[in-house]
Ligand binder design. Structure first.
Ligand code: ADP
Ligand code: ASP
Ligand code: MG
Length: 820
């Protein structure tokens, strides 16, 4: 025989109830013998409680609410049951509502909602649903009957969470004779009755428990199935963690632990009766009946590579702390604290005591926090008076996050991994406890950090195979849009190869910006930005980006803006990494540059700017690798500007200099105003970045620059006029190139750095020099180090262009993602 339980979520609508019927029918056709436990229709328990509270507050709107609740139930009956059984169902409903009305009337008059009245009124939720479903099954051809569990499940009189008297209950269930009956009983979950016959309930979510009680009491039950609205027990609450997935098998202890710490999918007491009888519990989805769901039994499989099984969270937590120097080495404080709380029925969820014994901290339900403070203050009155104890401190609005799995036992490094992941993502952990069974690590965080903490832990343990990285990009011009195109093309293969899910959540250009926590589709980002974007504002972009609270976030700056880099510190401060093709920050005053570096280090995030020098060429990363492997950078000589490279590589005297500049401008190799390149400033920036990477404190003013052009050309306002006036310099350039060619040399604009000096100047190079044969707009860099002394390391290749630059930023993103 099998006991099946269908939760409120499985009986929320006529359509859902049809699914339930299909599941039952197919099992009966397979010759299975079934007992069915049902919850109240979805939302009914909550509504009945709300309405009762209203009535007891003398809020007359309760009357309208109860009428509409009745209407809703009646509609379900009329929808499902069409033949003469319909009247039976409606009569049952009407009788129930007569009592409900009387109860509400009483609450209204007395102005109180007692636990006893609570149990009686909410019990109608399960009674009505069980009756309706049993009649519906009968109509559909099953031999079915309604059973009010309060006639069999006997409890004490602790209303709202009564304790089961198993001896009597088991006897009564066995006497009922389910084994020998063909009938599919539809049993009310959640409810019982006390010695006097008054209705009691087993605690919110208690229908699961009812099912387990019946499964354990009836002889020959070989399976308990809990049918709900998710595919079993997932690695975390799917409402918070979108990536959560089904745990195929759990041990009973793991299931207890997960449910105790908030995995609402199973009501904690459910496991015990099943475990005692060794009955496996299956958690299945009514709406995806073929999915295998989760099996809870003696075995905890290690199919899942992760040492942990699941992560859950517990709401409404307060921390109570007793601390004081007078507590050190004093016996019995903890014992007094615990027994005092126990005497006042205050349940302790978690205990933390630092080994210094300076403080004891306990987590309890916030509803009991005030009471706990008062009774403890009373208990330790003397100690507080003598200042041995500072007082009783209470912190509210907290959550407990619990990480659970038998695989954690004796595996070192789990806690380290856990706290690194949380720290990197800026989640502050207030208290930590690890059970000595090593089955559970619990930590207390602020309420606002709950979703982030769950996602971060989930990513770091379950998705080490599958990680999610969230991008926010300002600047969707040539480089930005190319990067988005590359991301779109690579998204699938990155997912397959690295199990990393890269999604874009923010985009901005100079006019519009769009932030979406659910992501922006890469094939239609332009339309979304145009249509749904709001007016662009970098500070607001940051504000909204931070508010999404997404873990593993990367901010990307593909602009040439001088303003945006001044906000990088805010980005890093909020535990968001940066990948930027914008050179301004890395070449900004040393103080700001090192502040950013320090911040990134402190926050455990990354500040990457590989494309600042030589676009996609691996220049910065090579310098870092050399230094990390113990080498010293002794000098750098380089051609670092794609635009100047283009001009000088083609300057052989066959065309006037001004004509080459014009050509470079037309081909898009220069900035709109070519003087930006010809001033040499861009090269200075890059040289500063390289020198800093080599470990030297240097600023842009420290670079001596020999101007290529005379000053007066920089005073001209219009670009056209400048281009015109540039012709006046053709002769002098022609003479320079002729002289150089006479000496069999070429002109190159070269950046030079060694620990003594930094320069940018035009020099002549002969055919023996590696720069002599440079082509097109290529860059070249010579790195002289302790190891590469006689033969410097040379890196050469295209140093400009949207495709290579975008690919370089892409590389930074991947680098950061692997490190996060
Ligand atoms: P029912 O009405 O069937 O009793 P519940 O609402 O009590 O269903 O429990 C199912 C819900 O539990 C899911 O919809 C989900 O939101 C929540 N839940 C919380 N943690 C988990 C988890 N680890 N795995 C699956 N569901 C979870
Ligand atoms: N209907 C009850 C509740 O909402 C019991 C249950 O659903 O398990 O708590
Ligand atoms: Mg439930």
């Amino acid at each position: 025989m099998k006991i099946l339980k269908f939760g409120g979520s499985s009986v929320g609508s006529p359509k859902a109830i049809e699914q339930v019927k299909d599941i039952l029918q197919s099992k009966v056709q397979d010759g299975e013998h079934l007992g069915v436990v049902v919850s109240a229709f979805k939302g009914v328990t909550d509504s009945l409680i709300d309405i009762s509270q209203k009535a007891s507050r003398k809020d007359t709107t309760y009357q309208g609410d109860i009428t509409s609740l009745y209407g809703h139930k009646r509609a379900i009956i009329e929808d499902l049951i069409t033949d003469d059984l319909r009247n039976q169902a409606i009569n049952f409903l009407d009788e129930a509502y007569q009592d409900i009305h009387q109860l509400l009337n009483g609450m209204f008059l007395l102005g109180e909602f007692t636990p006893k009245a609570y149990d009686r009124i909410v019990s109608y939720g399960e009674k009505i649903s069980a009756k309706t479903i049993s009649l519906y099954l009968e109509q559909e051809g099953l031999i079915s009957a309604y059973l009010d569990a309060s006639t069999l499940v006997k409890t004490n009189n602790e209303h709202t969470s009564a304790k089961v008297d198993f001896e009597t209950t088991n006897r009564k269930i066995q006497e009922f004779g389910f084994e020998s009956s063909e009938t599919v009983y539809v049993i009310t979950g959640f409810i019982g009755s006390d010695e006097t016959g008054a209705i009691t309930t087993l605690g919110r979510g208690g229908s699961d428990y009812t099912a387990a009680i019946f499964a354990a009491a009836i002889q020959g039950v070989d399976e308990l199935e809990i049918w709900t609205d998710v595919n079993g027990v997932l690695t975390s609450n799917p409402r918070f963690v979108k990536q959560a997935y089904t745990i195929p098998t759990l041990s009973y202890s793991e299931a207890v632990e997960l449910s105790n710490f908030g995995a609402k999918v199973i009501y904690p007491p459910t496991i015990m009766p099943a475990m005692k009888k060794g009955i496996p519990v299956y958690i299945k989805n009514t709406f995806e009946a073929d999915h295998p769901g989760t099996k809870i039994s003696d075995n905890s499989s290690t199919l899942n590579k992760s040492p942990i099984k699941g992560i859950s969270s517990l709401d409404n937590i307060s921390l109570i702390r007793i601390q004081g120097t007078g507590m050190v080495g004093v016996h019995g404080i903890a014992a007094r604290m615990f027994s005092c709380l126990a005497n006042h029925s205050i349940n302790i969820i978690m205990i933390v005591q630092a080994s210094s014994e300076h403080s004891i901290c306990i987590a309890i339900d916030s509803n009991q926090a005030e009471k706990a403070r008062n009774v403890l203050q009373q208990q330790f009155k003397l100690e507080i008076h003598e200042s041995w104890i500072d007082g009783i401190h209470v912190e509210n609005q907290l959550k407990i996050i619990a990480v659970i799995g038998e695989g954690m036992r004796k595996v070192p490094g789990i806690a380290g991994r856990l706290f690194k992941a949380l720290g990197t993502n800026g989640v502050n952990v207030i208290a930590i406890a690890q059970g000595s069974s090593e089955l559970n690590i619990s930590l207390v965080v602020e309420e606002k950090d709950e979703a982030k903490a769950l996602n971060v832990i989930h990513d770091s343990f379950f998705l080490s195979e599958q990680k999610s990285v969230h991008l926010f990009m300002i600047g969707v011009g040539l480089i930005g849009s190319t990067l988005l195109e590359q991301l779109k093309q690579q998204q699938m293969s990155i997912k397959e190869r690295y199990n990393t899910n890269i999604t874009v959540h923010g985009l901005a250009n100079s006019r519009k910006m769009l932030i979406r926590s659910e992501g922006i589709p890469l094939s239609t980002w332009r339309e979304h930005l145009d249509m749904d974007g709001i007016q662009s504002d970098p500070s607001l972009f940051l504000e909204k980006m931070i508010a999404t609270d997404l873990a593993n976030a990367i901010f990307i700056d593909n602009t040439a803006s001088k303003e945006i880099p001044t906000l990088y510190d805010v980005v890093l401060e909020n535990n968001i990494s940066i990948a930027t093709s914008n050179k301004v920050a890395a070449s900004s005053p040393f103080e700001y540059y090192s502040k950013l570096k320090d911040l990134a280090y402190k926050k455990g995030v990354h500040f990457q700017y590989e494309t600042n020098v030589g676009a996609g060429l691996p220049i910065i990363s090579s310098l870092r690798n050399l230094i990390n492997s113990g080498d010293d950078i002794l000098g750098i000589q380089a051609i670092l500007s794609g635009s100047l490279s283009f001009i000088f590589n083609h300057f052989d005297g066959s065309k006037p200099f001004s004509e080459l500049v014009q050509e470079a401008k037309e081909k898009g190799f220069t900035e709109p105003d070519p003087r930006e390149d010809l001033s040499g400033n861009d090269v200075v920036r890059k040289l500063v970045i390289l020198a800093r990477e080599s470990g030297y404190q240097i600023n842009m003013e420290d670079v001596a620059i020999k101007p290529i052009l005379p000053d007066y050309l920089f005073d001209i306002d219009s670009v056209d006029e400048f281009m015109d006036k540039l012709k006046q310099e053709d002769n002098s350039f022609s003479k320079r190139i002729a002289d150089a060619m006479y000496r069999k040399c070429k002109l190159r604009i070269v950046a030079n750095w060694n620990p003594e000096k930094a320069t940018v100047e035009v020099i002549e190079v002969d055919h023996t020099h590696p720069f002599y044969n440079l082509k097109g707009s290529d860059n070249i860099i010579l790195i002289k180090t302790k190891r590469y002394f006689d033969n410097p390391l040379i890196i050469s290749g295209p140093g400009a262009g949207a495709a290579v630059t975008a690919a370089g930023v892409f590389g930074d993103i991947l680098g950061i993602s692997n490190l996060l």
